[in-house]
Design a protein around this ligand. Structure first.
Ligand code: ATP
Ligand code: MG
Length: 559
């Protein structure tokens, strides 16, 4: 599917835009994605990226990427580079419109001076703690700072000296002069600038005062000519402030529109928390396949199309909710089922010797690569010989009823090859089966039923002498509970980590066709699940990650 077809959801935002285009408020559409470079992007950001870039595309408009780099204490070039790569991978195109809030530091500074001259901003000497205390509460109005009525001249002098580095961090701030009794806390003289003697990844040591998010964001939108500044619901109460700044400055006015952020079950979705998982060693980096980061998902086997399809399916709303992670997996499985070639892989091998098969004989069986798709004739050849591996799970010494796999005296079909019957089991000292001796029926060649007899079970296998040794990484959910934030008293989300979210199997046996594969290639290991070749693969030893199992719990729930 052309991914552009998946980016045009009908939603309440589009109704607002339609109205604006009709009534002439805006002649065109221009959106942006404004990440703060303080971590890697996650699937929540993907929702915002698909929405913003999708809307621009649907209306023949423009889409900007703008880094909201106003906090040099937390921001790093590493994150800037990674975010650009991830946005690109998601198929969002900012063309030549890559911007940084830091590009506007000088303009923002001049606008602050304009506010001071207009009596709309003042330098406050209260400490951060005092400012908090003076702010009041939701039920009580705040109190004016004793410094609120400084003259414009005095404010200009102090502000310039703040900029020139004369004062230590935290000693003064510049605040807007709005209304300390406003029912909206954001309008109680919000801070515009703080003093921070810190190196900035882009402006270096040029500035030691940095604008706050609210002061930078709307004005950056205005400078770029953004028409619709789409953000998540927690900014709804900031909209009056967003509009106030623009009005006071008398500059071009974008429209802020809020939508519900994406939350997923069994997932934490905040860069700050994801950063903790990385720094505290719960996962092996930002691109660990268990992470909900774009690169984690990518390494897990997700494609751009899967993520965009998912964003399309969940839609956009004004009410916060949590999406079942099984829906994400359902969308993934749909894509994989349609496109992933099939292969045979034995994850936990058990050796089978076919005692009546000639010792040096090798046969090649042609099997379909896309058996799910009758219109796709592609086949591949798998070698068969006297010794093969089957899955440990596919043999039982004392099977219960309705066990149709291999068991003493029981016959099973080896997928695409022959029927075999188990004659003898060799056990280790602990009584575990380690080798099964079977006989095969030469008349069942190609897995065909030779006479009317019924064989219910079909199992996969790999020829021992041809098998490719591989490492397989089996992943489970990172958290044991649907809402990891709900932690026991005195603990946090890390109390809900799943200690068994990764199992590494080092001795898997794959069909030899998988030798010629590339990192990122995805397969269905028949009867097991979908797997993707990992970047840790070496020419000697491929590594495959479990992308998702075969069982579609979402589809089941919908029945
Ligand atoms: P986080 O808490 O994960 O750091 P953030 O909102 O602080 O998220 P930003 O880099 O500031 O991260 O976000 C960039 C854009 O992505 C913002 O417009 C924000 O609203 C949007 N966004 C962030 N998280 C989500 C989410 N879970 N669902 C939808 N949009 C999101
Ligand atoms: Mg943020």
């Amino acid at each position: 599917m052309d991914i552009s077809e998946t980016t045009t959801p009908g939603n309440f935002i589009r109704s607002i835009i339609d109205e604006h285009l009709q009534n002439g408020r805006y002649p065109h559409v221009h959106t942006r994605f404004p990440p703060e470079p303080n971590g890697y992007l996650h699937i929540g950001h993907a929702k915002s990226i698909c929405l913003n870039s999708g809307i621009a595309q649907a209306y023949g408009g423009k889409f900007n990427l703008r880094f909201d780099d106003t906090n040099p204490l937390k921001e790093e070039q590493e994150f800037i580079d990674a975010i650009m790569e991830d946005v690109q991978w998601l198929g969002a195109d900012w063309e030549d419109r890559l911007f940084y809030a830091s590009d506007y530091f000088q303009q923002l500074y001049e606008w602050a001076i304009q506010l001071i001259n207009d009596g709309k901003a003042y330098v406050d000497d209260l400490t951060a703690e005092e400012i908090r205390a003076y702010r009041g509460t939701l039920t009580e109005p705040g109190k004016n700072s004793p410094y609120r009525d400084r003259s414009a001249a005095e404010n200009l002098d102090f502000f310039e000296r703040m900029k020139n580095g004369e004062f230590p961090d935290g000693s003064r701030v510049l605040r807007a002069k709005i209304d300390m009794a406003s029912p909206n806390m954001n309008l109680r003289d919000p801070v515009l600038y703080r003093i921070l003697h810190a190196e900035h990844p882009r402006t270096g040591g040029e500035w030691c005062i940095y604008p706050m998010y609210d002061w930078a964001h709307g004005q950056s939108d205005s400078i770029e000519g953004i028409t619709h500044s789409i953000c998540t619901l927690e900014f709804e109460d900031h909209r009056p402030l967003y509009d106030w700044f623009i009005q006071q400055l008398g500059i071009y006015a974008p429209q802020q529109i809020e939508f519900a952020r994406l939350n997923l079950t069994y997932t934490v979705m905040s860069k700050r928390k994801l950063r903790r998982l990385v720094e505290e060693g719960y996962v092996n980096g930002w691109d660990d396949p268990r992470m909900p980061t774009i690169r984690g998902l990518r390494r897990r086997g997700y494609t751009t199309a899967t993520i965009r399809n998912f964003c399309e399916v969940i839609g956009v709303s004004k009410a916060n909710s949590t999406v079942d992670v099984e829906l994400l997996e359902h969308v993934l499985r749909d894509d994989l089922n349609a496109h992933a070639p099939r292969a045979m892989a034995v994850i936990r091998p058990l050796k089978v010797v076919i005692t009546n098969y000639p010792a040096n004989m090798v046969e090649e069986f042609e099997v379909p690569t896309h058996p799910q798709d009758k219109t796709n004739p592609e086949t591949r050849v798998v070698p068969f010989s006297r010794e093969i591996y089957i899955e440990q799970d596919d043999f039982m010494d004392n099977p219960p009823g309705k066990y149709y796999r291999l068991a003493p005296g029981q016959e099973v079909r080896l997928l695409g090859a022959y029927y075999v019957t188990a004659d003898k089991t060799i056990h280790d000292a602990d009584g575990n089966p380690v080798e099964i001796h079977c006989t095969y029926d030469p008349a069942s060649r190609g897995g065909q039923t030779p006479d009317g007899r019924k064989v219910k079970g079909t199992i996969h296998w790999v020829s021992a002498q041809h098998a490719l040794d591989a490492e397989v990484r089996l992943y489970d959910r990172l958290f044991t509970t649907p809402n990891p934030e709900e932690a026991p008293e005195g603990e946090d989300f890390t109390a809900n980590m799943n200690p068994n979210s990764l199992e590494v199997v080092r001795s898997a046996k794959l069909e030899p066709n998988l030798a010629g594969t590339a990192v990122g290639d995805r397969f269905q290991f028949m009867r097991q699940g979908y797997f993707v070749k990992d970047q840790d693969s070496t020419p000697e030893k491929p590594v495959f990650n479990l992308t998702v199992g075969l069982r579609d719990t979402w589809a089941k729930m919908q029945q």
